[in-house]
Design a protein around this ligand. Structure first.
Ligand code: UDP
Length: 252
């Protein structure tokens, strides 16, 4: 698959229709695949934190969940096809899993959220096999972590959604993937809250105007410090572009 490098992150240039099919082929091939969906905030975080960058770059499939990344890809002269929202990816992947008979384990969210998300997904896709669900509030370094992993493994789920928020979920998946048996591991942020009906996606008009981030900020102002990474991200893109140009001049 062709990779497009955005500030050191090798994104896969695949659209939202093909992404779930490509990801699910790992279950057929019985080869483990880790999938992440970083937005501009997380890409910026990767430029500042080597541990996060290593975790994100260890993924086999990296999809751009944000218009910021798409704009940056155009500015850098290597345009990515389109934004692939993790929450939409997760729905389509569940639909296909139901069709193909693959089972799904949901990890993350506050108490009861993963169970509710599973029930709602099952209402939508009645043949979907929810192998298990677990909340995301446990000691990620202690004994409880091992218990959660063995619960996931003994469920024999083919697919695991890890929804612990970014970048914690990428770090968790990176640290534990060798112990995990599901063939497809997808880091999908706050998706379980949306599937469970506890959080809503932005109205269509905001998504169309590429202002989903603004809607989230209005509803959840505590996100402001995190979102301040966005202007920083565009400054980093500008610097990167300048250094690229300088590199080309030096070569000629
Ligand atoms: N979360 C979790 N465990 C934690 C911290 C957070 O399961 O230790 C969950 C939280 O309940 C929420 C999700 O992670 O469901 C983060 O949602 P957010 O919308 O912030 O996702 P992001 O913007 O990081 O993709």
């Amino acid at each position: 698959m062709k990779k497009i490098n955005i500030l050191g992150i090798p994104f896969d240039n695949i659209g939202k229709d093909e992404a779930p099919l490509i990801a699910l082929s790992s279950v057929e091939k019985k080869a483990q695949t880790l999938l992440v969906t970083p937005n501009a905030e997380i890409v910026q975080c990767c430029t500042e934190d080597e541990i996060v960058k290593t975790a994100v770059c260890s993924a086999d499939i990296i999809l751009p969940d944000g218009e910021g990344v798409i704009i940056a890809s155009k500015k850098l002269g290597t345009p990515l096809k389109e934004k692939v929202a993790g929450v939409e990816f997760g729905i389509e992947c569940a639909r296909l899993a139901a069709e193909k008979g693959y089972s799904l384990f949901l990890l993350g969210g506050k108490s009861g959220v993963a169970q509710k998300a599973g029930e709602e997904l099952k209402k939508r896709f009645p043949s979907l096999n929810i192998a298990g669900a677990h909340d995301g509030y446990f000691d990620k370094n202690g004994e409880k972590n091992e218990k959660v992993i063995s619960e996931i493994n003994s469920s024999e789920a083919d697919i695991l959604y890890v929804c612990l928020g970014a970048p914690a979920q990428e770090k968790w998946a990176y640290a534990n993937k060798n112990k995990l048996k599901p063939k497809l591991i997808c880091c999908l942020g706050g998706s379980l809250d949306i599937y469970a009906g506890n959080a809503k996606r932005a109205p269509g008009i905001f998504i169309k105007l590429k202002l989903e981030w603004f809607w989230r900020l209005l509803r959840e102002p505590y996100r402001l410090p995190r979102m301040m990474r966005l202007p920083k991200f565009f400054r980093t893109v500008k610097k990167y572009k300048k250094s690229q140009k300088r590199g080309i001049k030096n070569e000629s």
